[in-house]
Design a protein around this ligand. Structure first.
Ligand code: GEK
Ligand code: PPY
Length: 236
């Protein structure tokens, strides 16, 4: 279904509710440049480190698109677990997994409380950006502690520039992208308002520092388009 969430006047903050969930796949593919490519890289790099029966968690799995793609591309069976606290999203996720014949354990839990121990790979695409900064640092430490030795964390985030002029140019370039995707100026500005203080992006450097502070021995950028990036972190 086509995303028309912000065509009407919005009075509340952005939420992962029924309205958003019902158009979510369209919303993501039209709001995140190279969404599919970043998902492909997440899967391909994840698979380089995985072997049969490894445990893979997707934190903030939404409609389970990434786990379904991972399952389709994996040459061996994996234990796939998706965690999200939006029931509206998980309903779509369950339907999609069934339709694709993919076995995924889907848990409706808060990422701060859920258990994801013994993971070989943890994926969290465009989700840390919605976690309040102090909580975010804590969550990344929990992710580090939940990974096996030699475990991998792959995550995608909206990022900002640390330079004021470039930062403004990033926003202009991103809005040009949204216009090319068919969003009107009204929809773009309404969504910007709804996301204020809800989506809090870090710079690329802040993301890497957060990862290294949590204990990871290595973190690098796998992909970046202006204000969106994919990172890979290794626990040694
Ligand atoms: N505290 C929390 N606990 C559990 N879930 C949460 C929490 N906070 C947010 N979420 C969930 O994190 C997801 C973020 S969307 C991920 C896209 C997906 N990864 C994708 O690549 O397709 C990103 C976006 O919409 O920009 C939503 O489904 C929330 O319900
Ligand atoms: O930052 C934005 O303006 C976005 O639209 C990114 C986004 C994409 C999908 C859900 C929430 C935010």
């Amino acid at each position: 279904m086509t995303d028309k969430v912000f065509e009407k006047t919005i009075t509340k903050q952005f939420e992962f509710d029924e309205d958003v969930a019902s158009v979510f796949d369209d919303m993501l593919s039209r709001s995140i440049p190279f969404y599919k490519e970043m998902q492909r890289l997440t899967i391909n790099f994840g698979l380089k480190f995985l072997k049969e029966s490894d445990k893979v968690y997707d934190l903030g799995c939404s409609t389970a698109s990434t786990l379904i793609e991972l399952s389709k591309h994996s040459p061996f069976p994996l234990e796939l677990i998706g965690i999200d606290n939006s029931e509206a999203m998980l309903q779509r996720a369950r339907k999609k997994c069934k339709a694709f014949g993919v076995e995924v354990k889907l848990l409706n839990e808060d990422l701060h409380k859920a258990n994801y121990d013994d993971a070989k790979l943890i994926i969290s695409n465009y989700t840390l950006q919605f976690i309040r900064p102090l909580q975010r640092e804590k969550l990344v430490k929990k992710i580090y502690n939940s990974l096996q030795k030699d475990g991998i964390f792959i995550f995608c985030e909206k990022v900002i520039s640390s330079d004021k002029v470039l930062g403004k140019q990033y926003i202009d370039e991103y809005y040009e992208f949204k216009k090319r995707q068919g969003y009107s100026e009204f929809e773009i500005s309404q969504k910007r308002e709804a996301l204020e203080n809800v989506l809090i992006p870090y710079t690329e450097e802040e993301n890497k520092n957060m990862i290294l502070d949590a204990g990871f021995s290595h973190c690098e950028t796998l992909f970046k388009w202006v204000n969106f990036a994919t990172f890979i972190a290794i626990k040694k």
